[in-house]
Design a protein around this ligand. Structure first.
Ligand code: PBG
Length: 335
């Protein structure tokens, strides 16, 4: 080690990955993953009434909105370049029953919302949730009989719901119920009813996750007994997601989904590798809440971890991300 000869300190390292990280312009040039507003779907909660915004305490920054308020917000989202919204109606308790009857009401809240949005923003894609829980007095995604969630009879209810949504103008229906055979059953029913152009975004690998807590607060849709483990997937299973993927694609899914996102990036990767159709990931309510809470505590830089999380979900294989932070992300990308 001599002062005169600095070269002595230079190792013989032909490979120096840091050269590709040296400047911002080089980093931009070699970046493998990009995040754009095109990759975002904004899930929103709609409630009956007028000029109404109801904050959801476990999801700061997210509100249940009446249709008139939602129309304004959605136009803003469209102007930010967000291509799609996913609608979730908060149904009044008095309208819930064991068969989710309200879900097919042509004048029901969801159907009115779809019509209002298609009128106000015709080019925006409207995605609707197909599952019984927002309408069910049992808080389950399927019909309950003697404490059991029955599969095959539920399919009739789901298909009728999907048709009601398609009639109101939904572009894509998204079955989130995890009943067996529902994608094929809904596809056939839509086709028979003349809705061959309405797409299906299948919640393919939807896990029985505790990260859905804040969403169930938003819709007051928590199961009234038991849990959803007999239909949603076991968080311990990865390979099983590929079985669900094969079935959903065979049955006619146009897009598939992994949900939640961040704790399931390995599943997302596996599904992306095996899928012939575009893959969505749902950055769910609990994931959103965690990042906000840590930001509020001053423990994390909220904006930085939000952008990083979305980028990582893309890197793991998501073509599109359902995210409550869609507008914040799009605004940040606009600079
Ligand atoms: C209902 C549904 C749920 C979510 C989307 N659709 C909740 C559940 O299955 O209990 C969760 C979304 C979120 O947590 O953000 N079938």
């Amino acid at each position: 080690m001599t002062d005169e000869n600095e070269l002595e300190y230079v190792l013989d390292l032909p490979e120096r990955p840091r050269r590709n990280r040296r400047t911002d312009s080089i980093r931009r040039m070699v970046r493998e993953t990009h995040l754009s507003p095109d990759n975002l779907i904004w899930p929103v909660f709609v409630v009956d009434g007028e000029d109404t915004r109801q904050p959801i305490s476990s999801m700061p920054g997210v509100e249940r909105m009446s249709i008139d308020v939602l129309v304004g917000e959605v136009k803003e989202a469209e102007a930010l370049g967000i291509p799609a919204v996913a609608l979730f109606p908060a149904i009044d308790e008095s309208l819930k029953d064991s068969m989710a009857t309200e879900s097919t009401n042509p004048d029901g809240l969801l159907q009115r919302t779809i019509k209002a949005l298609k009128e106000a923003a015709p080019a925006l894609t409207v995605i609707t949730d197909v599952a019984m829980d927002p309408y069910s007095s049992d808080g389950h995604d399927g019909i309950v009989r003697d404490g059991v969630i029955v599969n095959d009879e539920t399919l009739e209810v789901l298909a009728a719901m999907a048709i009601a949504q398609a009639k109101a103008g939904a572009d894509i229906v998204a079955p989130s119920d995890m009943m067996d055979g529902r994608v094929g059953f809904i596809r056939e029913s839509l086709d028979e009813a003349g809705f061959t152009d309405v797409g299906i975004l299948a919640y393919t690998a939807k896990y029985a996750s505790s990260f859905y807590g804040p969403f169930r607060d938003a819709l007051e849709s928590a199961p009234r007994f038991g849990d959803k483990k007999t239909y949603q997937m076991d968080p311990a299973n990865g390979k099983e997601a590929l079985r669900e993927l094969t079935l959903d694609i065979e049955e006619g899914a146009d897009m598939v989904m992994v949900k939640p996102a961040l704790p399931y990036l390995d599943v997302l990767w596996r599904v992306k590798e095996a899928s012939s159709v575009p893959v969505a990931a749902y950055h769910v309510s609990g994931e959103y809440a965690m990042l906000i809470a840590a930001g509020e505590k001053g423990w994390l830089d909220h904006q930085a971890v939000m952008m990083e999380s979305h980028l990582c979900i893309r890197r793991a294989g998501a073509d599109v991300i359902l995210t409550y932070a869609a507008k914040d992300v799009a605004r940040f990308l606009q600079g």
